[in-house]
Write a protein that binds this ligand. Structure first.
Ligand code: E4P
Length: 217
């Protein structure tokens, strides 16, 4: 299972990268705005800065919602760095753009996916990744993990190459359930990755080991 971090914060990306388990980064316009990154040139530079920190894929989202605009922006983004994956929303024009990019070897992440039907369309169009937003479904009393299971079943039925990128992950149990279901990737905040470290028996066990060592030395 690949671990992506869902942030545009360079310090958090460095921290996750230093842990040695990071496989990539996802961003979106809201995450860029949260870091105060504004204006086209600053945004493009920020993507390159992120690519220079991590070894894996970095999703960069198009802003246009028409086919021609998405193609123009996506081509520009993909030329920025070979780690860039063009993030395209699950709308009609987006499906056309994903197919266009797929035919030209440009990798895509189909974002804002909330149903199995949308995920099936994204795979048919040739998306590299599909991003079902599990946290946002949970927020409206709908089981986000059930959607991941449904997509896994559908993709396995037909051997689709599209990777399931469980997005809008909020906490460690989302990560663990996604791993059990067989999501290919998860993207979440740094806390969802570092939280996996924690267990009180590890802490008390280590404390005891160190105390016993001191007694004998
Ligand atoms: C996915 O790529 C999105 O950036 C993200 O996971 C959205 O998460 P949120 O629902 O926590 O905003």
């Amino acid at each position: 299972m690949k671990f992506f971090i869902d942030t545009a914060n360079l310090d958090q990306i460095k921290e996750a990268q230093d842990l040695g388990v990071l496989d990539g980064v996802t961003t979106n316009p809201s995450l860029m705005a949260k870091e105060g990154i504004k204006g086209k040139n600053n945004i493009l530079k920020h993507y390159v800065d992120i690519c220079n920190i991590v070894d894996g894929d970095v999703s960069a989202e198009v802003i246009a919602t028409d086919f021609e605009g998405m193609v123009k922006e996506g081509e520009e983004l993909s030329e920025l760095h070979n780690q860039i994956v063009v993030k395209v929303p699950m709308i009609k024009e987006g499906v056309k753009a994903i197919k266009y990019f797929s035919d030209r070897g440009i990798r895509t992440n189909c974002t804002l996916v909330f149903s199995a039907g949308q995920a099936l369309l994204a795979a048919k169009a040739g998306a590299t990744y599909v991003s079902p937003f599990i946290g946002r479904l949970d927020d409206i009393s709908t089981d986000g993990l059930e959607l991941i299971s449904d997509i896994r079943l559908i993709y396995d039925n037909y051997d689709f190459d599209t990777q399931i990128l469980a997005a809008s992950v909020r906490h460690t149990m989302h990560v663990i359930h996604c791993a059990k279901i067989g999501a290919d990737v998860m993207t979440g905040p740094l806390s969802s990755i570092e939280g996996l470290l924690k267990h009180p028996l590890t802490d008390s066990g280590l404390k005891q080991f160190l105390e016993d060592y001191k007694k004998g030395n």
